[in-house]
Design a protein around this ligand. Sequence first.
Ligand SMILES: [Zn+2]
Length: 198
Amino acid sequence: MPDTRIHVPYITSWSTETPVIPTVIRHPNGVGIAYADETMGDRDRSGILWVRVPSTPGTGRPLFGKVHSLRQRRAMRRLLCQVCGEPADQAPDGVLWLLLDHRADWPGWPNRMGVTEPPICRPCAELSVHACPALRDGYALVRAQVYDIAGVQGMRYRPGNTGVAAVDLAMVAHSDAAAPWVLASNLVRELRDCVIVD
Ligand SMILES: [Zn+2]
């Protein structure tokens, strides 16, 4: 029987990695959200609150299409390949990204786009375009020379009658006034100085 685990992307969640959602409360200082039982590790360096998720890759079933927040964040921060977890492809003309093809959306796409997909290495890019169902509708291989960490994506909350209430999934910059109200689940980079290479 072939070892199918090597084909499970690094950032894919497994069935044993169900996020634990602790009670979300209004921050004691009144601005934004907090966990009722918050600890030091729940926030990033910018002070944004992150989802809590166990890390047990390889145990249970892979949940294709469901991204594991901690591994997404690690891969994005360190520019690791989203499929194998090794360093992504970096060349003089930029870091390699494999994206769903939306080049009709605006001239110069994907320049200035915020992405939650971490970059990719060359062998995994070639494997993915053949194996990944999500890419059957079209993909673009992109090299970006500028790829600053731009913010986070996650559930946005608002003050409620009692405590706080979830509103919607939002992408916010770290400096955004809404950032203290977001429970982050993905790290976002903004791609610029891009060329499409396929
Ligand atoms: Zn790879």
